[in-house]
Ligand binder design. Structure first.
Ligand SMILES: Cc1cc2nc3c(=O)[nH]c(=O)nc-3n(C[C@H](O)[C@H](O)[C@H](O)COP(=O)(O)OP(=O)(O)OC[C@H]3O[C@@H](n4cnc5c(N)ncnc54)[C@H](O)[C@@H]3O)c2cc1C
Length: 383
């Protein structure tokens, strides 16, 4: 009788984790594409039927985030249309440039629209599910289960909340960290057809303490942000709801009074050509600047699985830190590395997620703390 020879066969690979990503703006799609590339089973749930640019127009990305996009095969030319690395910081006195400091930024400027388009164009059909607003999270038969506004539900092994400043995930997992209004507003506008032939770089104009004006070229025109002090009551009068309720004032929320106020402050404080850019801008928006307690964790156990917070869902930061989108992209890349080590080499999942948290939490905390420090330097904000 022959002895049976059993070849050594590797056991079946564990099935890849099923990941539910909540939020289809920037952080969510970056996380989804990285996780798909690494072989995970991913679905993205986005509340709005079609995403609108809420977070910001112009977005400066540093090299670490640009490199992540590169690794996703997204060529920089697709989302960077003006390749200047220069920031001109200009002190304005009596509406005239008085002193200019030139700095080189370690990165490039893009816009929410260009980046969002480049990302979502690569998300395979069926992965991004729009019109799906998440309202709850529970552990159902051991697995994290998301609940939607239409009473439907879905289960996953890991839930990634990338649902922005008003995050439902943060509200559910870390409810004590409420948003606080910082006492000023980023008024925003995108011009089309306003002649600015000389505008090549990012300009930061400092006319006086308590006001700052940023402008940079974008396809077809320029994008500006005018930071001005504003009480909560003024915000309500100008944009129809309190700053903590109306986290983004879209064009339809910008009242004629708000528009007139910004025009008159521009005429009072800015050089003539910049005041003219503001006056000529039809498409206006506004973002109240908000603060939050720094996060103390990024990962929560839910049944036998986990939930994590990423990007603005974890820690919305003041816009002039220029770190919000950068943080989200860097955190998504770190999360993918941790999950890949778990799946490919059987690394302990809890330890991998805690290691990810240990590496990325300090940067998120630093960015939250940096906001009020910058605000104080330019005389903006109540904290
Ligand atoms: C004026 C301004 C300038 C800025 N400049 C920079 C900069 O230079 N550099 C930089 O790095 N960052 C900058 N930012 C910050 C940057 O825009 C944000 O950090 C970034 O957009 C956050 O992306 P996110 O995907 O995490 O969240 P969001 O862009 O807020 O997206 C969250 C998504 O989740 C969806 N969602 C919300 N709730 C639910 C739910 N319950 N269920 C399902 N989906 C949901 C929303 O519809 C949205 O699509 C700036 C912001 C502003 C306002």
């Amino acid at each position: 009788m022959h002895a049976t020879f059993t070849p050594a066969v590797a056991g079946p690979r564990p099935r890849p984790l099923a990941v539910a990503v909540v939020g289809g703006s920037l952080t969510g799609p970056v996380a989804a594409l990285l996780l798909l590339q690494a072989g995970f089973d991913v679905t993205v749930y986005e509340a709005t039927p079609t995403s609108t640019p809420l977070g910001g127009g112009l977005i400066a990305l540093e090299h670490a985030a640009l490199d992540v996009l590169d690794r996703l095969g997204i060529d920089q030319h697709e989302f960077v249309t003006h390749d200047s690395e220069t920031i001109l910081q200009i002190a304005i006195r009596d509406r005239q440039p008085a002193h200019t400091v030139r700095r080189t930024y370690p990165g490039r400027n893009t816009t929410w629209t260009l980046l969002h388009r480049a990302l979502t164009a690569r998300v395979p059909a069926g992965v991004l599910r729009t019109g799906m607003r998440v309202t709850g999270l529970s552990a159902h038969t051991g697995r994290p289960t998301l609940w939607f506004s239409d009473a439907g539900s879905t289960s996953a092994d890991l839930v990634v909340f990338a649902d922005g400043r008003s995050s439902t995930g943060r509200h559910l997992l870390d409810p004590d960290r409420a948003l606080r209004y910082a006492g000023y507003v980023a008024h925003r506008g995108i011009t089309t057809g306003v002649p600015q032939p000389d505008l090549r770089d990012f300009l930061r104009l400092d006319p006086c303490p308590g006001a700052q004006f940023n402008v940079a070229p974008v396809p077809g025109g320029c994008d500006w942000t005018f930071y001005l002090g504003c009480t909560a009551q003024e915000y309500r009068q100008h944009f129809g709801a309190s700053p903590r309720r109306r986290l983004f004032a879209l064009p339809q929320h910008v009242s004629p009074a708000a528009r007139a106020h910004v025009d008159s402050r521009a005429a009072e404080l800015l050089p003539g050509d910049h005041a003219a850019i503001v006056r000529a801008t039809e498409n206006r928006m506004a973002v109240p600047v908000l603060d939050i307690e720094p996060p103390t964790r990024m990962v929560w156990p839910v049944g036998d699985g986990h939930a994590v917070l990423l990007g603005d869902a974890l820690a919305p930061v003041r816009p002039h830190t220029a770190r919000g989108a950068n943080n989200g992209i860097e955190q998504a890349a770190g999360l993918t590395a941790a999950l890949t080590q778990h799946h490919k080499y059987d690394a302990d999942l809890g330890a991998a997620l805690r290691g990810w948290q240990r590496r990325h939490l300090p940067a998120a905390i630093a960015a939250v703390q940096q906001g009020p420090a910058i605000g104080n330097r330019i005389g903006l904000g109540t904290t």
